[in-house]
Design a protein around this ligand. Structure first.
Ligand code: ADP
Ligand code: MG
Ligand code: MG
Length: 879
């Protein structure tokens, strides 16, 4: 049995060995191959850290021996020895994960310096001050990283010394000062650890490598991994590299640069350096670094070489690079190169430029962009800020909003219409809050989850929303909002970030949406590549127009209930629900019909020439009535008020009785969708008439209506058969009246597991399916979204019971399996069946990849996600 190999000399590696050597190790090895100057060294592979972790922190057999052998080889190549009092070798021990996690793990510099070697180092450099400076840096880093001594213990000692010597900067301290500081630092370490640091440099190396292994497990690295979807079991490589010194006086320097501007993507010099300093000083912010351009004057040779190296690295990696370098006594060394993190705007510009420069093909450029990042560009976002949020809720609808707190919809509506910036803050929102929501900058609620009314409405409008911020409380009488222990009055300004769920007291600066030429160009390439169609979910003319502007190829879901919920329609809708007999109901429906027709006309006009799928009424009727509690209180109030008119009281009681009658234990599984329609066929009949009349009306005005009718919540083929008969009879009646016909396909949502299983039977009566993956997830997994998010589901996510929120990214094995089954069985009965998706998953890149694999025809998502979906669909096709 051959033993596993854990150690790789730099010359043994290259860029392709990232999984084993980590990003940093593979990068440095590749630079060596490209002839870029790098310090010599070796890499302990990620496998060693994985095996050590699996072994409860014990190093696997052979690892230490291999390390010593690699060290010996390094010593031979450099002609130096670790701890050698004549020609000392100093090394850095650097963490290096496979996926870059900037600053999350630890690195120790100057290992090998000690009382035995410090003099030799000073002699060689002709600069004893430099040697003592390196020594005190080592003591601090080693103490912190290996022994867990708090950083401030050393910082305090340093500050005290600087104050005592009247030194403004570290560089103002003399050699003797630093010699003294080393002694102070040793005492600091000893006090905290209870023993001296190891005198044997090999033992120090072993402990340093071990500390880097452990730093993979530190909490901040864990948080970073979770936030960035990096698996916990990759482990980190450890790079042991000969030290080069940027702190050897005024001919030495250290710095960081990007091959392009990471904020804008512009091809220009971007970077900073510090003379006479070591690595960490640039980021630590102790001294203010100078712009890279100034390096030309002070270190001309190294500068010219650096520019050349930047070119070499960019053309090798064919991407913008983020580079760390050090100049030791005028000689340049590169210490790290990696793909530079960039803003969404920069990502697009770099992609476009690299294609124009002939470096990348369009397909490659598409593959380089993170679709979720594009979201940043489609909404106003928060600029850079160092503020701590006052509280947090669910990131219910992306984008940021600033405005004055308003606690009721009427005030929001009045002030919003007057052009004032307001944020509507409610315990929860109801249909009555629509008007206020419409004109508010954003919405904040204390209750409710990602599918709460506020969230759904806000997403549809592209309006920022933070929902379920359970830490806030509203006092409607005092007109105050309490966030934790801060109390704000109505009119005070707050800022919401619906992309993160954060809420801030006061106004933060906003960056406007940035849909520019780069965006248009790159998304245009995506359209040439993708197979999946992209439609939008939109319920009104303006949203439909917005969706079209964003490139939607039709509407995949037009919900009709939102039209019922608008303030001026609710009275008629309630009249319909409360009707005592058929005649009364018919009158109420007559009133609603022209309103629905007007809505449909606006949508069909905006989508002229493109398909518009209109879904018949879905929610249970009680959603259009006040809540049971509110109405019970209203009745009580009327009863207790002197002089209440008997008719008012009678109406209030009748309403209460009706609400009681309609209130269900599980409304989600109750009388809704097709069930409601079969129970009250006059409702779908009215809707179908409105659809037909709207189509004829817009056709008369020269538009090209392409309407499709969709039936929600079908479980049984018989439900759809009957519903289709009702729809077709009504359409025939309308066609007769109009004296002309229209082609109107009729299809169904597949959003119940039973429907997926019997999709072949259902397909007999359907021209198309649209998978309603929101409800299919609720019913397929058997969890109620509003109850799960913010409760057990958060716990499941934190403790990795489930990899992703199944409401954001489709549960591939379960719900994805139901979609697959529904698609296969549906097509087996009807090969030409059109298949779409209209759940929120339709705008999620990871889910879109699944729908592409399942061969669906289109996805439908909120207008604001259409560009992301177009892009993600292209990536899915390319994969
Ligand atoms: P991080 O991953 O946090 O950037 P690094 O391992 O890159 O950590 O090291 C931290 C700093 O130390 C960087 O500025 C790096 O350039 C510098 N550094 C690391 N190794 C050496 C070395 N062998 N010689 C000089 N500077 C080094
Ligand atoms: Mg680094
Ligand atoms: Mg549904």
């Amino acid at each position: 049995m051959t033993q596993q190999r854990y150690l790789y000399d730099l010359a043994d590696g290259d860029a392709s060995m990232k999984a084993l050597l980590g990003g940093k190790g593979a990068g440095v090895a590749q630079m060596l191959r490209l002839g870029v100057p790098v310090p010599d060294g070796f890499t302990v592979s990620t496998a060693a850290s994985v095996d050590t972790t699996a072994n409860d922190g014990e190093w696997p057999a052979g690892l230490w021996e291999e390390t010593l052998a690699a060290l010996t080889r390094l010593e031979e190549r450099t002609g130096r020895g670790l701890g050698d009092p004549e020609r000392p070798l100093l090394v850095s021990v650097r963490s290096g994960a496979v996926v870059s996690m900037p600053g999350m793990m630890d690195t120790i510099l100057n290992l090998g310096i000690s009382d035995a070697t410090v003099e030799a180092l000073g002699r060689e450099a002709g600069d004893p001050r430099f040697a003592w400076d390196s020594y005190r840096r080592f003591l601090q880093m080693y103490g912190e990283v290996v022994e867990g001594v708090p950083a401030h213990a050393y910082e305090d000692a340093l500050t005290a010394m600087k104050r005592d010597r009247g030194a403004a900067q570290d560089t103002d301290l003399s050699t003797d000062d630093l010699r003294e500081l080393v002694e102070v630092f040793k005492i600091v370490s000893r006090t905290h650890i209870g023993s001296d640091l190891p005198a044997d440099p090999q033992e120090a190396l072993r402990r340093a490598i071990d500390a880097v292994f452990r730093s993979w497990l530190n909490p901040r690295a864990g948080v970073y991994r979770r936030a960035n979807g990096i698996p916990d079991d990759l482990g980190t490589a450890v790079n042991v590299m000969q030290m080069v010194f940027g702190n050897r006086g005024e001919t030495s320097a250290t710095g960081v640069c990007f091959t392009r501007n990471p904020a804008t993507g512009a091809k220009e010099l971007y970077g900073e350096f510090l003379l006479n300093a070591q690595g960490e000083d640039v980021v630590a912010g102790i001294r203010t670094p100078r712009p890279l351009a100034e390096m030309e004057a002070v270190l001309p040779q190294a500068y010219a070489q650096l520019l050349e190296v930047m070119g070499t690295l960019e053309s090798y990696y064919r991407d913008m690079q983020d580079i760390e370098f050090t100049v030791e006594d005028t000689v340049l060394y590169l210490l790290q190169t990696r793909a530079g993190k960039r803003t969404a705007a920069a990502a697009l510009k770099v992609a476009r430029d690299l294609v124009e420069e002939g470096v990348l093909t369009r397909e490659e450029a598409i593959g380089r962009i993170e679709p979720a990042q594009l979201d940043q560009l489609l909404h106003p976002a928060l600029g850079d800020h160092g503020q701590t949020p006052a509280t947090r809720g669910l990131a219910a609808s992306p984008g940021a909003a600033v405005g004055e707190v308003v606690l009721d919809s009427d005030t929001a509506e009045r002030r919003g219409k007057a052009g004032e910036a307001v944020v509507l803050v409610r315990w929860e929102t109801t249909p009555d809050d629509i008007a206020g929501t419409l004109v508010a900058q954003g919405v904040l609620t204390a209750h409710g989850g990602m599918t709460s009314h506020a969230a759904v409405v806000a997403r549809g409008m592209g309006k920022p929303c933070v929902a379920g911020a359970s830490d806030i409380s509203i006092d409607t009488d005092a007109k105050t909002l309490r966030i934790g222990d801060v109390t704000l009055a109505e009119g005070d300004v707050i800022t919401l970030d619906g992309s993160t769920g954060e809420v801030f007291a006061g106004a933060l600066e906003l960056v406007p949406p940035q849909i520019n030429a780069d965006f248009a160009a790159v998304v245009g390439w995506a359209d040439e590549v993708r197979r999946l169609g992209v439609r939008a979910n939109a319920d009104n003319g303006p949203d439909a127009a917005k969706a079209r502007e964003f490139g939607a190829e039709g509407i995949g879901l037009c919900r009709t209930e939102h039209m019922f919920m608008e303030q001026d329609r609710l009275p008629a809708v309630r009249k319909m629900i409360l009707a005592g007999d058929d005649a009364e109901r018919a009158t109420a429906l007559e009133e609603i019909l022209p309103m629905q027709q007007a809505d449909f006309e606006a949508i069909l006009e905006a989508m002229s020439g493109l398909p518009v799928t209109i879904r018949l009424l879905d929610p249970p009727l009680h959603e259009f009535l006040p809540s049971l509690v509110d109405q019970a209180l209203e009745v009580q109030r009327l009863e207790l008020t002197e002089g209440t008119h008997p008719t008012d009281l009678r109406h209030a009681r009748a309403l209460l009785a009706q609400i009681k009658k309609l209130t269900e234990q599980n409304p989600m599984l109750g009388t809704r969708g097709v069930r409601l329609a079969l129970l009250h066929p006059e409702i779908p009949q009215m809707q179908v008439r409105a659809i037909a009349r709207a189509a004829f009306a817009v056709a008369d005005r020269g538009s090209d209506p392409r309407v499709e009718i969709m039936v929600p919540l079908v479980a049984y083929a018989e439900e759809l058969r009957r519903m289709r008969a009702i729809i077709e009879t009504t359409l025939e009646d309308e066609f007769d009246r109009a004296g002309r016909r229209l082609e109107i396909p009729v299809g169904t949502m597949i959003e119940l597991p039973r429907a997926a299983v019997v999709a072949d039977q259902i397909a007999e009566h359907a021209d198309f399916f649209s998978f309603g993956t929101n409800d299919l997830t609720q019913t397929g997994v058997g969890i109620s979204r509003d109850d799960a998010e913010g409760a057990f589901l958060s716990h499941y996510l934190d403790s990795d019971v489930v990899p992703d929120n199944p409401f954001s990214t489709i549960d591939v094995d379960g719900v994805g399996g139901l979609v697959e089954l529904g698609a296969e069985r549906g097509r087996s009965a009807r090969p030409d069946l059109k298949l779409g998706v209209c759940g929120e998953h339709g705008g999620d890149p990871a889910s879109i990849a699944v729908f592409e694999r399942l061969g669906l025809d289109y996805v439908s998502c909120s207008p604001y996600r259409v560009p992301i979906a177009r892009f993600a669909a292209a990536q899915a096709t390319l994969e």
